[in-house]
Design a protein around this ligand. Structure first.
Ligand SMILES: Nc1ncnc2c1ncn2[C@@H]1O[C@H](COP(=O)(O)OP(=O)(O)O)[C@@H](O)[C@H]1O
Ligand SMILES: [Mg+2]
Length: 389
């Protein structure tokens, strides 16, 4: 392990953190991935918490593990830090197997949901902890703590105790403590969950800025899809210990690979139907009886059961409704200012949700309207819930 104590906490060249077309690291890159998981399994006793997990993380990128509570996100972070053993596969940091590196020598910064600051130590001592531990000379410690506090925008707070700070400020100190020794990887486990909504949004931006400025490789864990979409270079959507999809925020949102991803990210409309014709465009007869024309990546056999996935933002109403028009009755209206979310009964058993701009007037409960989407405004899933490609 190189001695990093001489390296200063200074902005790195922009190229280190800039996304590339191969965001997240492809085999063609000469540079080793910052972190690589190869088919790892992790079990607690007989219970397998993580199965066949593979992921390659490009240096300087911001990758988010997104999934519901209990899907194995924390377990994966703990495995990088060496706090839990893997039962199969390999984890590499900077091209080196971590099994070969004792926990205390792994150069990893950690930030948790609970700030986990030492309550009786000052801000200075909290932030300096990792540097003292690494035997960095005293004047250097003072300089670097000062820089880290500048970075999290709490300059001059060295003498305060954690109890004198707000939750958001304590989390900034926890962040300063994690980045001050310039770790190879920064692990953030739901760091914003304990903060109130306003502070959470502010901290999203703040963490992203710091990550970009330092060029640090970050692995962020959350169950909040908005956090994941707004902060990440790449998102790993997880379900029950396995990967459902890995992609950029746009990819996982626009082209969900599975029914789980479509539902977990933004509650898509899932319209069950049967293929009635498929040449050029594909006609799908929905459970409620209407037929819609959709773009399919390939011709499908008549009679195949499919699900048409349409995002609420892709459903338009009234005169704006796209080529596939369905008539329905508004069941509920949530006015949001510039737009409204309408829940619309189109017959059958499922209502659809449309998030549409306000054109002239807000459509009220009970009104009958047309709702529709374009053939290309949807994704098709097969019977097993996998995207048809
Ligand atoms: N120390 C443990 N012993 C036994 N089971 C555990 C332990 N830690 C976590 N688990 C189980 O492993 C699964 C994944 O947990 P975790 O990684 O904490 O999920 P997440 O962070 O996504 O909420 C859950 O079912 C959880 O109950
Ligand atoms: Mg967790």
């Amino acid at each position: 392990m190189p001695d990093r104590s001489e390296v200063s906490l200074s902005p790195r060249p922009a190229s280190a953190g800039a996304p590339s077309p191969a965001a997240g690291g492809s085999a063609s890159e000469a540079e080793k991935p910052a972190v690589e998981f190869r088919d790892i399994d992790i079990a607690y006793g007989k219970f397998v918490a993580v199965r066949d997990f593979s992921l390659s993380i490009r240096k300087g990128s911001f990758v988010t593990l997104l999934g519901p509570s209990g899907c194995g996100k924390t377990t994966i972070l703990r495995s990088i830090a060496g706090l839990v053993d893997i039962s199969g596969g390999q984890i590499m940091i900077d091209g080196r197997r971590v099994d070969d590196v004792p926990i205390y020598k792994r150069n990893i910064g950690l930030v948790f949901q609970s700030y986990a600051l030492f309550p009786h130590k000052t801000v200075f001592d909290n932030v300096a902890f990792g540097l003292k531990y690494r035997n960095v000379p005293k004047p250097e410690i003072a300089r670097r703590v000062g820089q880290a506090l500048d970075m999290v925008r709490l300059p001059g707070s060295e003498k305060k105790l954690p109890s004198q700070l707000s939750g958001g400020q304590q989390q900034r100190i926890a962040l300063a403590r994690a980045i001050v020794f310039e770790p190879q990887v920064l692990l953030l486990d739901e760091p914003l969950s304990a903060l109130d909504a306003n502070m959470r949004e502010e901290m999203r931006v703040e963490i992203k800025k710091i990550q970009k400025a330092t060029g640090i490789t970050a692995i962020f864990v959350t169950h909040d899809q908005e956090e994941a979409l707004s902060m990440s270079d790449r998102i790993v959507v997880m379900n029950a210990g396995s990967v459902e999809q890995i992609g950029t925020p746009e990819e996982v949102y626009e082209t969900p690979a599975t029914a789980f991803v479509a539902d977990f990210l933004g509650k898509a409309n899932m319209l069950a139907g049967t293929v009635s014709k498929s040449d050029g465009t594909t006609a799908v007869t929905l459970a409620a009886g209407q037929t819609v024309n959709v773009t399919s990546p390939r011709p499908l056999a008549s009679g195949s059961k499919v699900t048409v996935v349409v995002r609420p933002q892709k459903l338009s109403i009234g005169a704006m409704a796209g080529a596939n028009r369905l008539s329905g009755r508004v069941v509920s209206t949530s006015y949001l200012g510039g737009s409204a979310i309408y829940e619309i009964d189109i017959g059958g058993k499922t209502n659809v949700r449309a998030n549409a701009p306000i054109n002239g007037h807000v459509v009220r409960e009970g009104e009958t309207i047309e709702v529709g989407f374009d053939p290309g405004g949807c994704v098709l899933l097969d019977e097993s819930g996998q995207r048809i490609s």
